[in-house]
Ligand binder design. Structure first.
Ligand code: GLA
Length: 733
């Protein structure tokens, strides 16, 4: 909670007529429009009355008609418990005198042009009886067609009030039926796409109160299609993603009038907050987009927004790297690592990342049972220190990165001995085990300082460290904070995440140029809250290419390929005994941010030349994958037999196309597919990359076709057995 200090509510609160955005004469009500280039969210307000939701979708020219529709007070901008609101509650307060009800009325609207692309609109609300003020803040990102929404509350009651729940976003939609796409998962099978028809009643998506691993079960994001299951290229699709790395709750409720009420924000579970007079409480942002061209455009909107506003260095290409984890795990010495770096350089990779296992001396980190928290290089494994290794990498022409997990501690560590009071635990109870480690209490500023210092100290090991993989391998179990007072234990969930964000802010302010990977037992903390401080995320600990087709397909519905770390691993690894061709593994990883994660000396002979060539090819198409528009063409979820997708450069001069077979197809011996996203008027030369043999599987290899032909007639690929794949590079001729 921040003190609002001198930033008192201005006279604006008392002068509602000052505030309304667009007045429509003679109607007594006024229109508030939050507009992007192709979409608008519209509210109607009367001074002193509730602000009512009216429209979200395509832009509407004649807004008067919206005023004629009648004034439905139940569809408010942020429905508070009280008055007629009972089903779709976005705010629930217990006032200082014990009253449970709140009735929010308009107290003003402010609009500020932030820059050429962004307009902020603040809808000021106040309770009709108590001095309680709520701002609903929208930012419209015009060219990305994204609108973000969040709420801020403060009050001047005489005593503290209790915030039972406050959502970031509430949106009602009307249609005959609603189809919800969400991203369900678990460790090793993150972001699996599930689409279901919503039935009357309430559907809730949460991550089961895990506190810091938002994506361990479901990701805090969704897509909604009206009247029919979502199509890739046509129809209304609404998408949203909560920028929050803690407990969340997305609720989709169909009421007795068949209106769908979406409410999304932090989870109110065991999280009521005491709000002192004059202090403010802010919700995280909900990132929203509307597309009238199906899911595909919704994804592209979010990707564009993410690269520009939701990701560190979103305009810079990502390096192709070798990560040591699956190739060495905890078992390495200096030579293991320098050999890996030699091979990485020879293969044409650009960075080496030293993963877990490099630290701890009293309690060496030789497995996951000890050492976490003691961030000093292990003298036995790396006797010449991290500096030596980082210099070695640079001498080989590689960047050097290193793994940390600074929010966590092993019981067997010097840190746990020194600071038992920093550990999240419920007093008097055993701490439930999870990967043999405990969580540090980031609601405590001393712990925040420790984590920032850890980051500084690790970077100080060598000026040649330019990449940090930040991991977080357990979630909250049996919570309790020794720092927070007894009456504020329910503040833990929010204070932890606010503490984490304060740490990220401080780290980023000090180390702007460092590349950071967001990792949490694979992809368990994937959300727009954490992502904006990072350059990329570790998509999943499951690097099996077949599974990755499904995982990456789901992940990239919301989050862009530039940030989707995808590594070629050994064909039999900790996740699977399945044998997969190296080509297939490369072709899958190349559709994200390519890397490798294996013992490179195990790739020899022809496979080695293949790998070298594929890495070169990735560099050729990297900017299309990382900065282009994603077109999903065949979903692996539809039949489970095949998948295809493509990226098209913004100027439509280039495209890279990927196709995969997953199972035997009984129907045909070719994979026939129409391309998407090309310019029909342009001619493209089509070249097959990474062919298994010189003749390849695309008979038109090297020929030129019009975009029109490729999108209407399509291409025929000679693949049909399981685990075959094709990569085509299209360049304008
Ligand atoms: C997690 C990460 C892996 C690896 C290990 C190291 O599981 O997701 O990539 O870093 O931790 O312990």
């Amino acid at each position: 909670m921040q003190d609002i200090g001198h930033k008192k509510p201005s006279s604006l609160w008392l002068l509602p007529s000052l505030c309304l955005a667009a007045t429509v004469p003679g109607q007594g009500a006024e229109v508030i429009e939050i507009a992007t280039n192709d979409s608008a969210m519209i509210f109607v307000a009367k001074p002193g009355a509730p602000v009512v939701f009216r429209h979200w979708g395509g832009k509407i020219d004649d807004k008067r008609a919206l005023l004629q529709k009648g004034y439905n007070e139940n569809l408010q901008v942020l429905p508070a418990f009280g008055g007629r609101n009972h089903a779709n509650i976005a705010l629930s307060l217990v006032h200082a005198d014990g009253s449970l009800t709140t009735e929010l009325i308009c107290a003003g609207v402010e609009t500020s042009v932030l820059d050429d692309n962004r307009v902020e609109t603040i809808v000021h609300l106040k309770d009709s009886l108590y001095p309680v003020f709520v701002d609903v803040r929208f930012t419209a990102y015009k060219s990305e067609n994204v609108i973000t929404q969040r709420a801020v509350i403060f009050h001047r009651e005489e005593k503290p009030l209790r915030v039972e729940s406050i959502a970031s976003s509430y949106i009602p939609l009307r249609a005959n039926s609603y189809y919800l796409t969400h991203f369900h998962g678990a460790w090793g099978r993150e972001m699996r796409v599930t689409e279901e028809k919503l039935t009357p009643g309430v559907k809730t998506i949460e991550e089961y109160r895990k506190g810091v691993q938002t994506t361990m079960s479901d990701n805090p994001s969704f897509m909604l299609s009206l009247n029919h299951p979502a199509d890739e290229d046509a129809g209304d699709v609404y998408a949203g993603a909560l920028a929050w790395s803690g407990n969340y709750k997305l609720t989709f409720a169909i009421d007795e009038r068949e209106i769908l009420h979406f409410t999304g924000g932090m989870s109110p579970f065991a999280a009521s907050r005491i709000l002192e007079p004059g202090k403010i409480m802010e919700t995280p942002e909900m990132v929203l987009t509307y597309s009238d061209r199906g899911r595909g455009q919704a994804s592209r909107n979010l990707h564009d927004w993410c690269r520009r506003y939701g990701l560190a260095h979103g305009d810079q290409p990502r390096a192709v790297l070798l990560n040591s984890w699956e190739g060495a795990y905890f078992k390495f010495d200096e030579k293991t690592l320098t050999d890996m770096m030699d091979a990485a350089a020879e293969l044409g990779l650009e960075m080496f990342v030293l993963d877990d296992g490099w630290f701890g001396n009293k309690y060496p980190r030789d497995n996951d049972k000890a050492g976490l928290g003691d961030w000093q290089a292990n003298k036995k494994k790396v006797p010449r220190g991290i500096g030596y290794l980082a210099d070695y990498a640079v001498a080989k022409g590689l960047r050097f990165g290193i793994w940390i997990e600074p929010e966590m501690v092993n019981a067997k560590s010097e840190l746990a001995e020194r600071h038992p009071e920093w550990i999240v635990k419920s007093p008097g109870r055993a701490i439930p085990e999870s990967r043999n480690q405990w969580l540090l209490d980031l609601s405590n500023p001393a712990v925040q300082d420790f984590v920032v210092k850890t980051f500084d100290d690790v970077l100080a090991l060598s000026p040649n460290i330019t990449y940090i993989k930040w991991d977080a391998n357990r979630h909250v179990l049996s919570p309790g904070s020794e720092y927070l007072p007894a009456d504020k234990q329910t503040h833990f969930w929010k204070d932890y995440v606010d503490g984490l964000y304060k740490v990220y802010e401080r780290v980023r302010a000090r180390h702007r140029r460092i590349t950071m990977q967001l990792c949490s037992s694979g992809g368990a903390r994937l959300d727009y809250g954490a992502l904006k401080y990072h350059d990329e995320f570790w998509t999943s600990d499951n690097t099996n290419a077949v599974d990755r087709i499904f995982i990456q397909y789901g992940t990239n519905m919301i989050y862009p390929a530039i940030a989707t770390a995808a590594h070629v691993s050994a064909t039999r690894n900790h996740q699977t005994g399945m044998m997969l061709p190296l080509k297939f593994r490369f072709d899958v990883a190349m559709s994200g941010r390519l890397g490798m994660e294996l013992q490179p000396k195990d790739i020899a002979g022809e496979e080695r030349s293949f790998a070298k060539n594929a890495i070169q090819n990735y560099k050729l198409v990297r900017s299309i994958v990382q900065f282009g528009d994603l077109y999903r063409i065949v979903s692996p979820y539809d039949e489970g037999a095949r998948a295809a997708l493509a990226y098209v450069s913004k100027d439509k001069k280039q495209s890279v196309f990927f196709a995969y077979t997953l199972q035997n197809s009984a129907r045909t011996s070719t994979f026939d597919v129409r391309l998407k996203g090309l310019d029909p008027a342009k001619n493209y030369k089509v070249a097959e990359l990474n062919p298994k043999n010189p003749s390849g599987v695309f008979p038109g290899n090297g020929n030129t076709f019009s975009g029109d032909y490729l999108m209407k007639a399509g291409i025929s690929l000679k693949i049909h057995r399981p685990h075959e794949s094709v990569v085509l590079h299209l360049t304008e001729k």
